[in-house]
Design a protein around this ligand. Structure first.
Ligand code: NDP
Length: 328
């Protein structure tokens, strides 16, 4: 799947599925690269950043996180047959010239697709954002937006494991139900059905919010700022409501950051992969014991990637969105 020229809100015609007859499955002597067969690709809002270089490099294969099998290796740490997680391409086979960036999968007994989500980059995002940026304490009040998605569903479950009270927002009755019944959120609301987000948050948090895990930005952030408690923390993980706008919306209630002594901190998960093994062990253990659960939204075949990607910005995905290219 290649990117074409992008302008305005992302649409399916911004991506193109191209069929190529030839696949080069050999590496020259002296190379330290590997060739992988892509099995599952992670469809992430992050792939939107392709927009930035669209005018300078139209028609190049989209890169993103995925789960793959090594088929040819000239790199010391990998052998044919190894299962890996890392940045590959939205294509059947990828040449990885910097194999050092790939991570070997330690729990092949869990579903491999989980390594695009709960055991992959989105899971790490929830882990770093919640435990390190939010520094949660038992009994605190936590709010998560885009709560049923890849990152949000795990943040909510981490909050429950920590002994917090957690509320999530999502865009449909089905998602709200998932939050309460499947992921164990204490409460949840459909933000599209609320006339007044400030009132909805006051209803859910009569005593205010200690921690806001920010995934959407815009009007939700503005309303949250009116409901934060003193010394509250906001992990600025993402602001998906703004990505498709040519001009970003203003935030009106920022003064509350000063008057309530709040800390708002942005982060890139890519800066934290040195902690991956600790995260992987913890989440795998909780998945196996049933303390953590997971919902994914699986699309079949590379040709479904453009629709799956555009769907993220319309809330079409229920759980983590991924695409299966091959199962082995
Ligand atoms: P999700 O699985 O949550 O999918 C995106 C969801 O965003 C949609 O399902 C929809 O949920 C919601 N959404 C879409 N458009 C809007 C809108 N206009 N207003 C409000 N909500 C909207 O995605 P991820 O879990 O992968 O990502 C969540 C956030 O985390 C994103 O902002 C992403 O950019 C960010 N992120 C940041 C990283 C970092 O390193 N800082 C790394 C990874 C992700 P609903 O139907 O409930 O509205």
């Amino acid at each position: 799947v290649q990117k074409c020229y992008l302008s305005g809100p992302v649409k399916e015609s911004d991506l193109e599925v191209v069929v190529s007859d030839t696949v080069q499955l050999a590496l020259p002597p002296g190379s330290t690269a590997v060739i992988v067969k892509n099995l599952y690709i992670s469809i992430d809002p992050w792939n939107f950043s392709m927009k930035k270089d669209a005018s300078t490099s139209p028609l190049s294969v989209i890169t993103g996180y995925g789960v793959a099998k090594v088929v040819v290796s000239r790199y010391k740490d990998f052998r044919a047959g190894d299962l890996v997680l890392g940045i590959t391409g939205w294509e059947e086979y990828s040449l990885i010239s910097d194999p050092n960036s790939l991570i070997k999968i330690n729990y092949p007994d869990l579903p491999l697709s989980y390594y695009t989500g709960i055991l992959g980059m989105p899971g790490m995002t929830a882990y770093i954002g919640f435990y390190e940026i939010c520094a949660p304490k038992k009994g605190e009040f936590v709010f998560v937006s885009a709560a049923s998605g890849a990152v949000g569903q795990l943040v909510g479950q981490f909050a429950k494991l920590t002994g917090c009270y957690v509320v999530g927002s999502a865009s449909s009755a089905e998602k709200v139900n998932l939050l309460k019944e499947k992921f164990g959120f204490d409460d949840a609301f459909n933000y599209k059905k609320e006339q007044d987000l400030n009132a909805a948050l006051k209803r859910c948090f009569p005593e205010g919010i200690d921690i806001y895990f920010e995934n959407v930005g815009g009007a939700m952030l503005d309303a949250v700022l009116l409901n934060m408690r003193h010394s509250g923390r906001i992990a600025a993980c993402g602001m998906i409501s703004q990505y498709n706008l040519e001009k970003h919306e203003g935030v009106h209630n920022l003064l509350n950051i000063i008057t309530r002594k709040l800390r708002m901190e942005g982060f890139f998960v890519s800066d934290h992969f040195s902690k991956y093994r600790k995260f992987e062990e913890m989440v795998a253990r909780h998945l196996k014991s049933g303390k953590i659960t997971y919902v994914e939204d699986i699309a079949e075949g590379l040709e479904s990637a453009p629709t799956a990607f555009v769907g993220l910005f319309k809330g079409k995905n229920v759980g983590k969105q991924l695409v299966v290219i091959a199962r082995e």
